[in-house]
Design a protein. Structure first.
Length: 145
């Protein structure tokens, strides 16, 4: 079941690369997001998270130096690296390292590339655990120096 289009989908995928795009506009569009530090936390084998945009009416990538593209294969080749949703000013703008993604969709859902659905809350918990562990390791390194 799809949740409402929440900017947290994009914000939790911070640092992830969009490496595949499938589906059609208008319709459902599936994005393969390579984000190793989160994907590795799941026991099932695989390499990506799948973000499905439900009832998507717009998906384009404005590569700052190259132009704006709507072709899914071209967007995949750019491998946009997600920074954050700019939802407080423009709900359809997803800021990336080398461009901006424009997305209009009525909702979204997550799954592992194995097909198992993942809730946004489950992914948030995985990310929170990762960053807590990262902070602990950083503090330990600082104490040893």
């Amino acid at each position: 079941m799809a949740d409402a289009m929440d900017p947290d989908y994009w914000n939790i995928l911070h640092d992830g690369y969009i490496v595949g795009v499938r589906g059609g506009v208008p319709g459902d569009v599936s994005l393969d997001v390579e984000i190793n530090y989160l994907r590795e936390r799941f026991s099932e084998p695989g390499h990506h998270l799948k973000l499905t945009l439900h009832h998507c009416t717009q998906l384009s990538y404005d590569a700052f130096e190259e132009g704006t593209f709507e072709e899914f294969s071209v967007i995949s080749r750019f491998r946009p690296q997600i920074l954050r949703a700019a939802g407080f000013t423009d709900a359809s703008l997803i800021e990336c390292v080398s461009g901006d993604l424009r997305v209009n969709a009525q909702g979204a859902s997550l799954a592992l590339d194995s097909g198992r659905p993942v809730s946004l809350d489950e992914l948030k918990a995985m990310a929170e655990a990762y960053w807590t562990e990262w902070e602990q390791r950083a503090a330990e390194r600082n104490l040893r120096q």
